[in-house]
Design a protein around this ligand. Structure first.
Ligand code: EPU
Length: 337
């Protein structure tokens, strides 16, 4: 077990902001986790589990132990048309997507190019272009911090909903996901519910898309809207799309007839936060070293030298502005440290 001190986290968060971990450990196996939490001193330190760092904003140094998940390995098992793919939590999400596409296992293609790690993917039920992780999730293995035991969570036990799971609510901070199993399929039927996918397939004159076609179109749409964290620091959507009761929505719509919205669970409507932020005049705005992305107002960016606090304060201005115009309080999707 090698514990490092004063480790820079700048390259370990996709916002690319400077922050340090007082202590830092790489976890390569489940045994490493068991050893770590068997140590009385280390066990009682404040800790932070870090995957790809793609959904985090560091506003200060972390005065505790950063646990960097590095468990690798991918395998698959076939049952008829079903394929169960199991991946270590430290695998890069998009590497897993590419592995499944190369093998023609259908299910992950709409989730192409999402930054982050496999282990983090169930925590916030990642989603894009008509698909959510819960649609392909089978189960995961997780380390229970209090007991030091491993536990398997079924899909039902994860209690998934929009950008949410049991790991963000009832069991927040209780478990560390080490491995995820996905239920994919050898029988492919394309999901083109997100309008721009069909539009781009038509542009390319593709009438019977393959898994690879869908992945390529999704990647194209994603790149056209979202900044690449390798060149411009960001954490994808900074806020969640608000879900509000239908009654409140009807009132809002009478004042803002063009308000962009989607169906949600019964009695609720989901609003497009990006639309509201744009309506408030923030799209493409540069404020010091931070701002919103020119093609997607829901994405906050680091223009190079932003501090976490600068980005956080800027997000606060957006929240105030949307609140005063629409009477809707945006919630940050990104974890603030
Ligand atoms: N919109 C605007 N202005 C903007 C941005 C969006 O008017 O600056 C409008 C668009 O015109 C569109 C609607 O808002 O009508 C929705 O925009 P978009 O399809 O780009 O998706 P989103 O709701 O802003 C969500 C996810 C993204 C995911 C896309 C595509 C959340 C918080 N974000 O964004 O996920 O890629 O849908 O499925 O749910 C992420 O979570 O980090 C992320 C990037």
């Amino acid at each position: 077990m090698t514990i490092q001190e004063n480790v820079s986290l700048k390259t370990l968060n996709t916002f690319g902001v400077s922050a340090k971990a007082r202590l830092f450990i790489d976890i390569n196996t489940e045994e490493d986790l068991k050893d770590l939490f068997a140590d009385e001193q280390l066990k009682n330190l404040p800790h932070l589990v870090l995957g790809g760092g793609s959904n985090m904003l560091f506003t200060k140094d972390f005065d505790g132990l950063v646990i960097h998940m590095n468990i690798h390995g991918v395998s698959n098992r076939t049952e008829g048309d079903d394929v169960y793919v199991t991946a270590g939590g430290g695998e890069v999400w998009n590497d897993l997507v590419n592995y499944t596409i190369d093998n023609e296992f259908a299910g992950t293609e709409n989730l192409s190019l999402i930054p982050g790690s496999v282990g983090a993917s169930p925590v916030q039920n990642i989603g894009a272009y008509g698909v959510e992780l819960m649609d392909i999730f089978h189960s995961c293995r997780a380390f229970e911090i209090s007991s030091g035991n491993m536990r398997v969570f079924t899909k039902e036990e994860c209690n998934f909903s929009y950008r949410d799971s049991v790991f963000k609510s009832a069991y927040k901070g209780h478990y560390i996901i080490t491995e995820v199993t996905f239920k994919l399929s050898k029988a492919f039927s394309p999901n083109v519910t997100y309008g721009a996918i069909q539009h781009e397939l038509d542009n390319r004159k593709i009438s019977s898309p393959t898994i690879n076609d869908i992945s390529s179109v999704v990647s194209f749409i994603r790149v056209s809207k979202l900044p690449d964290p390798k060149t411009i620091g960001n954490a994808g959507s900074f806020f969640k799309n608000p879900i509000i009761p239908v009654g409140k929505f009807i009132q809002l719509q009478s004042n803002f007839p063009d308000i962009v919205h989607y169906p949600s669970t019964a009695g609720f409507i989901k609003l497009a936060a990006g639309w509201m932020i744009e309506q408030c005049g923030w799209k493409g705005k540069v404020s010091g070293n931070t701002g919103t992305w020119k093609n997607q107002a829901l994405v906050l960016v680091n223009h190079g030298k932003a501090t976490g606090n600068e980005i956080f304060n800027f997000s606060g201005e957006i929240i105030k502005s949307v609140e005063s115009r629409f009477d809707i309080t945006l919630e940050r999707e990104v974890n603030i440290i």
